[in-house]
Structure formats: C-alpha cells, structure tokens
Design a protein around this ligand. Structure first.
Ligand SMILES: O=C(O)CCC(=O)C(=O)O
Ligand SMILES: [Fe+2]
Length: 337
C-alpha cells in the first residue's frame, strides 16, 4: 500500500536581482544563505519577461505536439542531447519517469548528433531556443558571480569554466512534458520525476501557472552520499519567477557548504494535486570538460569537469543497480509469501 507523504512547511527564499550591479554583495549574501540552508530559492527581477517565458513554453508545447516519429528524428544520445520518452529511470524509484524530454545544448554536440529538430518540422525552433538559452545563461552568470564571491574566488571564476561559446560546452536546456495521469486509480504506478539531486553547478527551472508538483527534501550533508530525509516541502512559485537549485557540482566545489537538495515532481495521487499535462523547462549549468574542480578547503581531490560527470554517472548507476536488486528481492519475497 502506498505510504502517505510527510510534509513540512519550509521557507524557500525569494531573492530579487534588481539593481544587480550596485547590489551584488547584498544579493550574494542572500544567495549564499539560501544555498547553505535550503539549497533551493526562487529569483525575481531577473530580466527575463513573462512573455519571453510564455513564448518558450509555446515553442516547447509545439515540439511535444509533433508525432512521435517526427520527434524520433532527434533521438536522445549519450552526449546528453535529443528527445526521450518514458526512458529516464531514477535510482529512487527504479522505474521510468512518465514523461518526455528534449535536451538542447549550445555546443558541438547538437550538430554532431543532428539533435536540432529541422525547420521543416518546426519553423525557427533552433533560432528561438538558442535565443532563450542565451537569456537564461545571462541570469546564470549573475548567480555564478555571487557564488564565486561567496566562496572567495574571483568574480568570473565559474563563468569562465561554464563558457557556452566554447564548442565543448555541456550546458543543457531540457524541455519537459509530463503526461496527464488518470484521476482514478487504474492499478498502475506513475512517477513524474522520481526523487533525485542534479549533477550540475546550478539548475534554473521555469514552471507554468497551475502546473505544480515540484517538491524538495533537504537533509543531505555530503555530496558523495545518495541518501535523503523523508519529509517533503511543496515548491510553488509564480510563473515569472525562476526556481533555482544547487547541483552536486557546486556542493562539491563548495566543500559541501552549499546543499544539493533531493527533489522530485510528485505523481499526483491526492485530492488537490494537479493531474493534467505538465510542462517545465530546466536549464543545467554544466562545466566544460577541462574545468578543474576543487573547493577552497580542498575537501575532495581535484577532478576535471569530464571526470566529475563520469563519477556522478557511476554513482547514479550503482544506486540504480542497488535499487533493482532491492526490487527483485522484494518481488521474490512477495512471490514466496
Ligand atoms: O520539472 C520539474 O519541475 C523538475 C525537473 C527536474 O528536477 C529535472 O529535470 O532535473
Ligand atoms: Fe532535477
């Protein structure tokens, strides 16, 4: 039987970026406090207007409305670009998320993998998506300046190693579409996005009004462990706000000072939950492969961006295997009972 979720209200800081240049220190202090305590915060007055956000969501909806065989012309590849459907399995659930996603990058991987949907299928997609991605990158760079200051690094320290003009840039925008879920129990188990922490430096997330479901679960003290607590907090922000979270990379780069918090998009199951189609857009700031990663206190050995990602994938895979073993032994016990 499904266990009911334990919820607790936690304050998720809302931070305004207005007058950024003259208030950088003040904003940095707010961001650092949010990163140390919750790992999640929302930002306002970030410079991207609601119509710009809405327009990117319309483009995303138009992409997902294409027939599957057209979307399959840009299939997901191990370079972390392209379209997938019901294919992402999280170690926390051992089952695929009930969703589809399309990942886009600034660099060479898109051309190498032929991952841009052609103009013939969706006029202007590449141009419009890249324009929006540059707008989100500009906001990310403000946050990077603040976190660099907070850690005692030069202001441009994170910006340089997340340079999206380099052909080997790994920064990724993910368009997400979670499918509508029946409101009556049909015996199937659904997940939207199973609980996970992000691997990147910093994630910026856009959500649509009324399409809630994101929940966070703080409680992780070191980046190398997979565990989390068991009380959740619902995150619900205005459509013009950007929800941001610290990823494992920044947790590691800050010697575990900034928290990369487990989060999920809960599959609706309770009255009041949102059961309809849900669209969101996540922007993952990923380091260039040759970035040298080590915190000011040198808690962890120095690794390159490429090694950090490979280690994160290894940890994810090991956790997934452990979950699969646990699920198959539970099945054996149930079958024997
Ligand atoms: O769709 C969302 O609200 C969250 C997505 C997410 O956490 C992810 O893709 O890493
Ligand atoms: Fe995430």
């Amino acid at each position: 039987m499904a266990q009911s979720t334990k919820y607790v209200d936690r304050e998720i800081p809302k931070i305004s970026l207005h007058d950024f240049d003259s208030r950088t220190d003040e904003i940095a202090a707010e961001l650092v406090a949010a990163a140390e305590n919750v790992g999640f915060f929302s930002i306002t007055n970030h410079g991207i207007s609601l119509p710009e956000i809405e327009s990117m969501f319309s483009i995303s909806e138009a992409f997902f409305a294409l027939p599957d065989d057209v979307k399959a012309t840009v299939p997901w590849s191990a370079n972390n670009v392209g379209w997938e459907k019901n294919a992402q399995v999280r170690p926390s659930t051992g089952m695929p998320d009930t969703k589809e996603s399309y990942q886009l990058q600034f660099g060479d991987n898109m051309e190498k993998e032929h991952a841009w949907i052609s103009d013939e299928h969706l006029q202007g997609f590449k141009k419009n998506a890249l324009e929006f991605m540059h707008r989100v990158q500009a906001v990310s760079e403000k946050l990077m300046t603040c976190f660099a200051r907070g850690l005692g690094f030069p202001d441009d320290y994170f910006i340089r190693v997340h340079d999206v003009s380099r052909p080997n840039s790994q920064t990724t925008m993910r368009l997400l579409h979670y499918f509508a879920i029946p409101e009556t129990t049909d015996g199937k188990v659904y997940h939207r996005a199973g609980a996970h922490a992000d691997w990147d430096l910093l994630t910026l997330l856009f959500q649509r009004e009324g399409q809630s479901g994101l929940e966070i679960c703080p409680g992780r003290e070191v980046v190398t462990e997979f565990g989390m607590g068991d009380t959740w907090t619902k995150v619900d922000m205005g459509p013009e706000d950007i929800i941001c979270n610290i990823g494992d990379l920044l947790m590691s780069w800050s010697d575990d000072r900034f928290k990369s918090t487990f989060h999920r998009v809960k599959a609706p199951s309770d009255p009041g939950d949102y059961f309809g189609d849900r669209y969101s857009i996540a922007f993952f700031n990923q380091p260039c492969k040759d970035a040298a990663i080590q915190g000011p206190k040198k808690k962890y050995p120095i690794v390159t961006g490429e090694e950090f990602t490979a280690n994160a994938m290894k940890r994810n895979y090991a956790a997934l295997e452990a979950k699969r073993r646990e699920m198959s032994s539970t099945k054996e016990i149930q079958a024997a009972a």
